[in-house]
Design a protein around this ligand. Structure first.
Ligand code: CA
Ligand code: CA
Length: 601
């Protein structure tokens, strides 16, 4: 089947060369709007593709797609998941969006942000997401509240996290996903399910004559690694995956040792993604939609572990190239010639403006975007591309810290401070590194002492950027509120993904936190406390702002629950404390049912 799937992209590539000119003029006149598919994989690195020189990974479909695509060869993303997704979906720096980290309440994006799905839905597109949203699990933050008509998603930042639905923990195979907000037990491997449902969605849109936007953010090959496609895993286990099997002539060598079983599992997930890309191409071809569909493919950050990254330095969470570079393929036979590429420096913030440009949506209403369309660099329209400096910054903590773990990049230079994603701050003066990316694209020679003026200018540009994004909203870095008691979501499940962490190790058994919530209507709220603790709680106390409740009673399922009455809409920090014999901890998840009147249903 590989050969056929490769062939699909290959044949259509020839088609595109013949018809490119004709279609261009049609697009310019705004007659034929393209469909759009954005594929983004999770923790797959820059080098995890055959077409990037990986000699072992089998990615024939993506290799074929790459040959038939236009490419941006210097494309940047954030070093971790949610920030990349916020930038990708809005065309804005994520520090404007309240999404500043990946968990404990800091991945939630302000609902007032306008997403790519909102723009395209307003323009008449059918919009669907199949996979990982990671910008908020509750109303009004969910993908289904943010422009996606159809959503089949997991909660939190992936399967295998504390936001997993109860009873379906860690299940990549036969997962429980949320279909338009309702949990659904499914049969099959998660990645296969996303692509299957995306194809069905495209068929339905085509049948109704609607252009479609499909967002396919897989959670593979993100960890955990216990549940991977078996046949592919068996294949890679039979291969020699040691670091000396990968090209290392240029740039930064890999260490001697590697966890080869983990690598086989990651490769198995990537191989499976590639097969799904082939399936997608075949499905689009059957629909007659492959020519005029703009398909983008990228990864969300560097690889989850040290492995081949084409000589770059760094992995996921790093601000050296290996942590923040992604391939960017744009497959659109009707408009973009195969093999066209541009080395202009672009980033995730440019993707939404580029797609809107491709769809003929020129000046949509919404907040000002930071990114700009790079389509003219690829489609031959006369254009001027002024150099600019891009900024990438992500680190743990509640408020971004100036100069902490950032990179600034213009066409020639890259200034960075690799102070560590995992830390909330750094000590002393920043130890800035400067690289001449035109002479030294693999960051092998640090040159800040030779170019103090460049360091000074780029630092000043960074300062202006940092001040600007921090002033986007009043209280700019406060997390958005979760709304409980709405018509749109009932019951509400609150998980550790979106609580603000207060004690213990984040996500550890002994941790606790509070959710920033708004109870939107007066009425009755039944709160069920789900706990993973084997030890019995001697008492439970819930607080919301100044109010507090105890006397939680065991229900028939053995969980403690209580119904509270709320007279007026109210908001504040909601916290539940389980009092155990020797310590107080937070719940695993909270389930909250709303009913407007005292009449029991
Ligand atoms: Ca990721
Ligand atoms: Ca919105």
């Amino acid at each position: 089947m590989h050969a056929f799937r490769c062939h699909t992209f290959f044949r259509l590539g020839l088609f595109l060369i013949l018809f490119a000119t004709t279609y261009s003029s049609v697009i310019v006149q705004g007659v034929s709007r393209p469909n759009v598919i954005v594929m983004i994989t999770d923790d797959q690195g820059y080098g995890d593709f055959g077409f990037q020189g990986n000699p072992i990974l089998r990615t024939p479909n993506l290799d074929a797609m790459a040959r038939q695509s236009a490419q941006m060869t210097q494309y940047y993303v954030s070093p971790v998941c949610a920030p990349t997704r916020a930038c990708l979906m809005t065309g804005r720096y994520n520090y404007r969006t309240r999404c500043i980290d990946t968990y404990i309440g800091r991945a939630m994006m302000d609902p007032e942000e306008r997403t790519l799905a909102e723009y395209l839905f307003d323009a008449g597109y059918a919009t669907g997401i199949f996979g990982k949203w990671h910008l908020g699990d509750n109303y009004p933050l969910r993908a289904m509240d943010q422009g996606f008509e159809e959503s089949l998603v997991l909660r939190g930042g992936g399967i295998g996290q504390p936001s997993d639905p109860l009873g379906a923990e860690g299940k990549y195979t036969d997962p429980t996903l949320f279909h338009n907000g309702t949990p659904l037990s499914m049969k099959g491997y998660c990645t296969d399910l996303y692509f299957d449902h995306a194809l069905r969605f495209m068929q339905q849109a085509k049948a109704r004559n609607r252009p479609f936007f499909v967002y396919l953010p897989t959670n593979a090959p993100h960890g955990p690694f216990h549940d991977v496609p078996q046949a592919e895993y068996d294949f890679y286990r039979s291969q020699n995956l040691a670091n000396d099997q990968f090209p290392q002539k240029h740039g930064h060598p890999l260490p001697e040792n590697a966890d080869l079983d983990k690598r086989a599992r990651i490769f198995a997930m990537i191989d499976n993604i590639d097969q799904n890309v082939g399936k997608l191409a075949g499905g689009l071809e059957e629909l007659g939609a492959l020519e005029n569909t703009l398909i983008l493919f990228m990864v969300d950050n560097g690889p989850n572990g040290r492995r081949y990254v084409a000589g770059m330095q760094g992995i996921k969470s790093h601000v050296h190239e290996g942590g923040i570079r992604s391939p960017l393929l744009l497959h659109w036979p009707a408009h973009l010639k195969a093999g066209i590429s541009s080395d202009k420096v672009v980033a995730h913030i440019d993707v939404t403006p580029t797609i809107l440009d491709a769809c003929g949506i020129r000046f949509p209403e919404g907040p000002k975007m930071d990114g700009r369309s790079f389509l003219p660099l690829l489609d031959g329209r006369p254009s001027v591309w002024l150099d600019r400096t891009l900024f990438i910054q992500s680190h743990r903590g509640d408020v971004p810290v100036r100069y902490h773990h950032f990179a600034a990049r213009n066409q020639r230079w890259k200034l960075l401070h690799a102070s560590g994603f995992g830390k909330e701050g750094f000590q002393g003066a920043p130890r800035l590194e400067l690289y001449d990316m035109q002479l030294d694209p693999l960051e092998t020679r640090e040159v800040s002492r030779f170019f103090p003026e460049v360091v000074k200018e780029m630092t000043a540009a960074y300062d202006r950027w940092f001040d600007d994004v921090a002033a986007t909203r009043p209280n700019n870095y406060a997390p958005p509120k979760i709304v409980i008691g709405s018509m749109e979501e009932n019951p509400t499940w609150l998980t550790r993904q979106d609580w603000r962490h207060l004690q213990g190790k984040p996500w550890g058994a002994n941790s606790n936190g509070h959710w920033s919530v708004r109870l939107t209507r007066p009425g009755f709220y039944r709160v069920i406390v789900h706990t993973k603790e084997a030890r019995k709680a001697t008492a439970v106390r819930m607080t919301l702002g100044d109010a507090s409740w105890d006397d939680f009673q065991p229900n028939q399922a053995g969980q403690l629950e209580k119904e509270i009455q709320v007279a007026l809409p109210t908001e504040g920090e909601l916290q539940v404390e389980l009092q155990l014999e020797d310590e107080n901890v937070g719940p695993h998840q909270l389930e909250i049912h709303y009913r407007p009147s005292s009449k029991k249903p």
